[in-house]
Every structure is written in structure tokens, then in C-alpha cells.
Write a protein that binds this ligand. Structure first.
Ligand SMILES: *Cc1c(COP(=O)(O)O)cnc(C)c1O
Ligand code: SF4
Length: 340
């Protein structure tokens, strides 16, 4: 399968300075492995391996994220998340294109329904960064030409659904006008109570937290929640702290999910610092995900037994609220399965 719609589109002209600013950051993102290696003083051999590995899922790193990577260090935990490597070409039994069986959870174009009470809308295939371990890296994104009309019809007909999750890709790659319009149509469905966004953009491109975003999050009848993704404390620099502070000050609860990744965060000191840094920013650690067995990401896998030990060590060190739930997603499961 081929990723058809994974690059940010800048076809629409931004309406405000803030919107123009984050669009400009994405337009200037690094897409060429040779340029990345030059900017980070890394040997060109890494760029050659990256070019060979990246044909299906290209490199894409916005500069604010790049600035948090230590130059000259091929083992940097942020670099490892974004630089394609030779290891992606290795086949490993059990690692496949659709590890979660998402194609069978599709209820309407762009609508996934797996769990009771909440539904997920795949709003766009585009992302603000390409994470090499991504479980949706082979997801066959289809545009939703009907502007989510059939998805909204399914939601309106299902009174047991109380929450809609905007996911992707990354929903914050859509303009605030478009998101505000979607939120308005969702708010018109009486049984809906909450709107949740799953987004990595506040971490990767903190400029995305615009006044317009805060305005529609504040004004919707639905209770908003934001779930960000940070995997390492070095991702949470001062600019991210400011962006998240604006969200929390606007009254939006912010949670974090991480993926347990070999050589990135499979270490109790790193996980403890990540949790403490999140709590300092008023973000609650939510999930620590076991890696989904997606083809091309096998080299990131950490054994479950290791993950269980790490969580036990975190429990000894941190307040209970700072310890994320360690979970695995299984095809056909009724929820994310806790690993204990
Ligand atoms: C992960 C996921 C959710 C959200 O699960 P929570 O446990 O509520 O965070 C909902 N729908 C789908 C399809 C998902 O993959
Ligand atoms: S992990 Fe999230 S942000 Fe990263 S590529 Fe996948 S969908 Fe996009």
C-alpha cells in the first residue's frame, strides 16, 4: 500500500498571521535526508541509507523539532524517531501493513469505530512530522470528498456515542475554520458530549497553537480534550511549554501518549523525566503504548517484559498520577489492553 496523502497541503491561503506562520513552518520542513544530515553535522552515509529506506514513507521534519536534536549525534533519541534507516527494510514475521485491522473498523469514509462510547474520525492523512514507528505509515488514506457528511450521519444515528476523536494523520493540519465548522456540526448532535483531538503538532510545531484554535476550543458546547504525543523529555522545550500553557490556560485538559521505543525511551530515567516534565507543564501522562507491529518498525520494539519492569520502577519513583497506563492494542479488542 502507498501513502497517498501524507504531506501537508498548503493550497488554501491562511487567513491570519498566526495561521500563515505555522503553514510557513511546515512549508520549510526538511524533506531531504542529505540536508538533514548537513544541518545536524551527521555523516553523509546516514543520508544515503535514509534515502534508500524512505521511498514509501518520506522524511519530513519541521525545523522547530530539528532544533531540539543534538548535532553530531547519530544516537540522539529525537533523531532516531524521524531519520529513516536501513533497518526499516528488514522484514520481520508478525510485522505487517495493517497491524490493528483498522480496515475492518471502517464504518463510513474516514470513520473508525472500535470502542464503545467513542468514535474516531480520520480527518486527514497529513502529519506535521513523519515518525518512523508510525502504525499508520501504510494506512491507505482516502480523501473524504463529502466533507464528513456520511460520518456525521452515522454518529447522529448512534446514541451510545458520547465522544468523537479527531485523529489522522494529524487533525491540526486542517485550518481552524474547517475544524470550527466540523466542531459546530458535531455539537449539533445532541447525544455527543466531548470532542477529543489526537495531535502531535503542539509538540512538533508549537506555532500551531493559534488564537483561532483556542477560540473554537473554548466556545464549543462539547467538552474539549487534547491528547498530544511526546516520547522523550527533550521534545518538550520552552516553546512547547508556552504553547501547552496556552491550551491549559484556555481550560483544555491536555493528556500525553507515548510509544515505548528502543533506544529512545526504554529507560526508567528518561520515562521518569518525561512524566515529571509533562506534569510540570500540567499535562497528564495517559498511555505508554507497546509498539504496534507495523512493517518497517520492528527495530523499535521493546519486549513487553521490559516495559512491565519499567512501569513498576516508575511506580516506585513517581506519584501515581504521573505513571502512564502501559497498553497494547489488539485487533478486535474492546479497549486498549493494559499490560501488567
Ligand atoms: C485508540 C482509539 C480510541 C481511543 O481509545 P481511548 O482508550 O478512549 O483513548 C478510539 N477509537 C479508536 C479507533 C482508537 O484507535
Ligand atoms: S505517529 Fe502520529 S504524528 Fe507521527 S506519523 Fe504517525 S500519525 Fe503522524
Amino acid at each position: 500500500m502507498v501513502v497517498v496523502d501524507f504531506l501537508p497541503m498548503s493550497s488554501v491561503s491562511p487567513k491570519t498571521d498566526q495561521a500563515a506562520a505555522w503553514r510557513a513552518v511546515l512549508d520549510r520542513a526538511v524533506r531531504d535526508p542529505a540536508e538533514l544530515c548537513r544541518l545536524l553535522s551527521l555523516p553523509n552515509s546516514l543520508a544515503m541509507a535514509a534515502t534508500a529506506a524512505a521511498d514509501e514513507f518520506p522524511l519530513f521534519v519541521p525545523r522547530p523539532y530539528l532544533e531540539r536534536i543534538r548535532p553530531g549525534d547519530p544516537r540522539d533519541p529525537l533523531l532516531l524517531q524521524v531519520l529513516p534507516s536501513e533497518a526499516e527494510r528488514a522484514q520481520r514475521p508478525g510485522f505487517c501493513a495493517d497491524p490493528l485491522g483498522e480496515q475492518s473498523a471502517r464504518r463510513a469514509p474516514g470513520l473508525l469505530w472500535k470502542y464503545q462510547n467513542r468514535l474516531l474520525i480520520v480527518t486527514t492523512g497529513a502529519c506535521g512530522v513523519h515518525c518512523r514507528y508510525c502504525f499508520r505509515r501504510h494506512f491507505p488514506y482516502r480523501p473524504t470528498p463529502d466533507n464528513w457528511r456520511s460520518a456525521l450521519e452515522v454518529i447522529a444515528a448512534e446514541r451510545s456515542v458520547h465522544e468523537v476523536i479527531l485523529s489522522g494523520g494529524d487533525p491540526l493540519l486542517l485550518d481552524d475554520d474547517r475544524l470550527a465548522d466540523l466542531a459546530r456540526r458535531l455539537a449539533a448532535i445532541p447525544h455527543l458530549r466531548r470532542i477529543r483531538l489526537h495531535t502531535r503538532l503542539p509538540v512538533v510545531v508549537p506555532q500551531r497553537v493559534t488564537d483561532e484554535l483556542l477560540a473554537w476550543l473554548r466556545s464549543t458546547r462539547l467538552t474539549p480534550l487534547l491528547v498530544i504525543q511526546a516520547n522523550h523529555p527533550a521534545e518538550l522545550d520552552a516553546s512547547v511549554a508556552t504553547a501547552i500553557g496556552r491550551l491549559v490556560d484556555a481550560g483544555v485538559p491536555v493528556l500525553n501518549q507515548s510509544v515505548l521505543l528502543r533506544d529512545v525511551n526504554d529507560n526508567v530515567d528518561v520515562l521518569a523525566e518525561l512524566s515529571e516534565r509533562l506534569i510540570d507543564l500540567r499535562v497528564m501522562p495517559y498511555y505508554l503504548h507497546q509498539l504496534d507491529p507495523v512493517a518497517g518498525a520492528a527495530h523499535f520494539e521493546v519486549p513487553e517484559a521490559t516495559g512491565i519492569k519499567l512501569i513498576a520502577q516508575l511506580r516506585d519513583r513517581l506519584p501515581g498520577y504521573a505513571v502512564p497506563r502501559y497498553v497494547r492494542e489488539t485487533p478486535g479488542g474492546s479497549c486498549k489492553q493494559p499490560l501488567v
